[in-house]
Design a protein around this ligand. Structure first.
Ligand SMILES: [Zn+2]
Length: 268
């Protein structure tokens, strides 16, 4: 195992929003970051700020939004100690064409030039090649921990990513730590969002997290309004990032130690 954190999230800006404070903190302690996005980032509206600081969204075709989102991911990774950027490029579940018309990708839909329907992120976990790709990354980089979304998410592509990563890591018998980030969107499932098995204290890197999110300007042209669930409650810290422990791992270093020190393990 190396002093390495592999973050596998769905879209450009998900790593920063879910675990940005954590990766900044551990990069400063000598860790390496492998920055992985599961989708091809072909969807998403392009947001800009209007004269009254309001967010204006435009539906741009996939061939304009995709390169911009990938460019912003590259800029973010450059600021994260030149993290290695990996795009798994599973198509998102929809995209806009040149007429701002939305098209869906999934089972039984016609192939389009920006998407191979059999590997849409919603169903990628069912395809052995998609799982093997992740197993290959883990074998290559030997991360101490792999971070991804938890499976209770408002965004169905986050759910697809969670399934893909979890199944892939179990299948290849990855023995390191596996952590999942709870949904950062509205708590539409109610109290199920209130679990926090462990956390990382990100008080010192919280501003840096906001700065990193701001790099993804086509999604977040301003960051001053952002809030997260009150994960810090009861921790004694000003800011934390919450994680569920899927697998504690057999060995590791300082990062794993902090997670284990804060781990509320439910004895069954
Ligand atoms: Zn996302």
């Amino acid at each position: 195992m190396k002093k390495c954190i592999m973050a596998i999230y769905s879209h450009a800006d998900d790593i920063e929003g879910n675990a940005g404070g954590t990766v900044l903190k551990y990069l400063a302690k000598g860790y390496e970051l492998i920055y992985v996005m599961s989708t091809n980032n072909m969807s998403g509206e392009w947001n800009t700020l209007g004269p009254d600081n309001e967010i204006i969204s435009r539906k741009l075709p996939w061939y304009e939004i995709m390169p911009q989102r990938k460019l912003e991911a590259a800029k973010a990774a450059a600021k994260l100690n030149n993290a290695t950027v990996i795009h798994l490029n599973h198509p998102q579940r929809h995209y806009y064409d040149q007429n701002s018309e939305r098209h869906y990708v999934g089972y039984g839909t016609a192939p389009v030039n920006c998407a191979a329907p059999e590997s849409c992120i919603l169903t990628a976990h069912e395809f052995p090649a998609a799982r093997k790709e992740i197993a290959g990354l883990v074998a290559k980089y030997q991360p101490e921990a792999v971070l991804t979304h938890d499976p209770i998410q408002l965004d169905s592509e986050h759910i697809g990513t969670s399934l893909l990563v979890t199944r892939a890591l179990k299948e290849c018998s990855y023995s390191g730590m596996i952590l999942m980030s709870p949904c950062v969107d509205v708590p539409f499932c109610g109290e199920i969002y209130n679990f926090r098995q462990s956390w990382i204290d990100i008080t010192a890197t919280y501003q840096g997290k906001l700065d990193m999110i701001a790099v993804h300007a086509c999604q977040m042209p301003k960051v001053s309004h952002l809030t997260w669930r009150p994960w810090e409650t009861g921790t004694g810290c000003e800011h934390v990032e919450a994680f569920a422990v899927v697998q504690p791992g057999e060995e590791g270093g300082e990062f794993r130690d902090e997670i284990l020190a804060h781990w509320h393990k439910y004895e069954m």
